[in-house]
Design a protein. Structure first.
Length: 565
């Protein structure tokens, strides 16, 4: 009888999948699914953007559709080509491709200007000379209609003339804006005659000085979607109040009816995801840059050792819904640990060394002992590690006197196994004049070699080591969470910088690694035995390798789940 094929794990469809499948069943958009990812190039992407990327690109892939990459470059003051390049690099690293569909809102400036003229000609937009303070004072509040601007009923010809002169650069910044004429009594405050164009004299990274008026996001967004014939415009939940304006513009202009759908954004505890605040961290040197491994940016996570798969798996675990909530950052850490556990080579690195002399091992002798690379992956094979008379072990693996019967590491008169090697017993402690331990003298049992142990000695503890003669010095950077508060930007009486974790980075300038790591390259992942997962940092050179700790071996997610129970 043939074996049954393994059953796929059932996952209920999320609401976006239900919308798309309904649209396909009804034959909408000629059966097309076309999404877009529209980042503003004013900073590096962060883990919250990763959810938006995975959602827009992932759903299009799932239903055989396409995704455009469109840069929302309508504010030349904050935008830079550096950010454009970093965004493209991050999206590709996550495993997504936009093909030849790379667009910019600035590609449509002339078309958008024409749309604005069309609204003026319809009587649906007017030029306003009110100051920002005057407009704010006249805005009203829910339940109280806004006071009409004294310029709201300016005739169409005058509005067309003023708007044309705004474009030609006749006026100073702030002298005039163009406002849509929508609904001054709406409880949705965004519909109370929003500003859709402003004067701004700034060099644009693509159009140079060709324009001195720029469209606001709420005007450019839907129209750019329509120009590209986007069928499903996916964005985070805070834009749900913007949807009526999105639909109003499309209806009044009579253009392709793109539809906006909102999903819950990704919120993580112990994290901030405001690009403005992340920029503050960079500019004030609280971190080394946008790609600092403590940053929640995609480039920071990449440098820290997170993998594209682990981030995509995390996004999948979080799911897609219409309800905002805060995700425990330990779930992200769990996701990367799960992937790194499957792909990482196990290696031995001693970060706080104490020297051990094995007194009965022949001087000058070295032997190569086999050790497997990854017990989770047989195809990873094995390597050899050197063993000699002098080795390094972690100082935390030794206590002069064992504190209790449950202490299974090394102490005077106690035995322990060296990983992949022999059992040793400590006989003597060597100290300096100040009483500090500088060396241990131990004996090894020649018949206790791993894999062929005939000694009959039973030990409960195994520790890692590095042969002193062949050890290579490396720098190790121990990264932890950047903030020591679950909601660093959620306190009305304190600044988010008050919660910076002073121990978010500890540098070990000289640890000792087994010699196999001399060939380690950027982009490779390792598990330092009994310590955590590490990767090679770009700061590495031919003179010294630098390793970043991605995450420890502790399972914070399981602990968090236990607390909830």
């Amino acid at each position: 009888m043939a074996a049954e094929a393994p059953k796929e794990e059932y996952r209920p469809k999320n609401f976006l999948e239900e919308i798309i499948e309904r649209d396909l069943a009804e034959g909408k958009n000629n059966g097309r699914v076309h999404t877009r990812f529209p980042p503003e190039p004013n900073g590096y992407l962060h883990i919250g953007h990763a959810k938006a990327i995975c959602t827009s690109f992932g759903l299009a892939e799932q239903y055989g559709g396409l995704t455009n990459l469109r840069f929302d470059d309508t504010n030349p003051v904050t935008e830079d080509t550096e950010y454009v390049n970093s965004i493209k690099r991050d999206i590709k690293w996550l495993g997504f491709d936009w093909g030849d569909r790379e667009y910019y809102t600035s590609d449509y400036f002339e078309t958008l200007y024409g749309y604005a003229v069309q609204l003026i000609e319809q009587g649906n937009a007017y030029v306003d000379a009110s100051t920002a303070e005057e407009m704010a004072a006249a805005k009203g509040h829910p339940g109280k209609p806004a006071t009409p601007s004294p310029y709201r009923d300016t005739d169409i010809a005058t509005n067309l003339d003023l708007f044309k002169r705004m474009r030609e650069g006749e006026f100073e910044e702030g002298a005039y804006v163009l406002r849509a004429k929508i609904d001054l009594a709406s409880n949705n405050m965004l519909l109370r005659d929003p500003v859709i164009y402003r004067i701004k004299y700034a060099h644009h990274h693509r159009t140079g000085d060709a324009w001195c008026i720029y469209p606001m996001y709420d005007f450019a967004h839907g129209q750019s979607d329509s120009i590209e014939k986007i069928t499903h415009s996916l964005c985070s939940l805070e834009f749900d109040v913007h949807r009526p304006m999105y639909d109003w513009f499309i209806e009044k202009l009579g253009i392709f009816p793109s539809k906006q759908y909102e999903f819950a954004r990704l919120n993580l505890n112990y994290t901030i995801m405001s690009k403005r605040k992340l920029l503050q961290l960079v500019e004030n040197n609280h971190v080394s840059g946008w790609d600092d491994p403590r940053m929640p940016t995609i480039s920071g996570l990449r440098r820290r050792g997170y993998t594209p798969k682990s981030i995509r798996d995390f996004i999948e675990r979080v799911g897609t819904s219409k309800r905002n909530n805060v995700i425990d950052v330990s779930l992200l850490e769990f996701s990367v640990k799960q992937h790194l556990n499957a792909i990482s080579t196990r290696v031995m690195v001693v970060q706080d060394p104490i020297k051990v002399v094995i007194t009965n091992y022949p001087e000058g002798q070295t032997e190569q002992l086999p050790i497997i690379n990854n017990p989770e992956d047989e195809s990873a094979g094995s390597r050899t590690i050197p063993f000699g008379r002098e080795i390094y072990i972690e100082s935390t693996d030794f206590m002069e006197v064992a504190p209790n019967k449950k202490y299974f590491r090394l102490a005077v008169g106690k035995t322990v196994r060296l990983k992949g090697a022999y059992i040793i017993e400590c006989d003597e402690v060597i100290k300096d004049d100040a009483g500090n331990i500088i060396e241990l003298h131990c004996r090894y049992f020649a018949d206790s070699k791993s894999g062929s142990d005939t000694s009959g000695i039973k030990v409960k503890g195994t520790i890692h080591f590095v042969s002193a003669a062949e050890a290579i010095p490396v720098e190790v950077r121990l990264y932890d969470r950047l903030f020591n508060d679950e909601t660093p930007d959620g306190h009305a009486d304190k600044h988010f910088l008050d919660f910076l974790n002073p121990d978010s980075l500890k540098v070990i300038p000289q640890a000792y690694a087994e010699p196999s790591l001399a060939a380690a390259k950027e982009g490779e992942y390792f598990q330092f035995l009994r310590s955590g997962y590490y990767c090679v940092d770009p700061d590495s050179s031919s003179d010294k390798l630098v390793f970043n700790r991605t995450v420890t071996l502790r399972d914070g997610w399981a602990k968090a789940q236990g607390k909830k129970k």
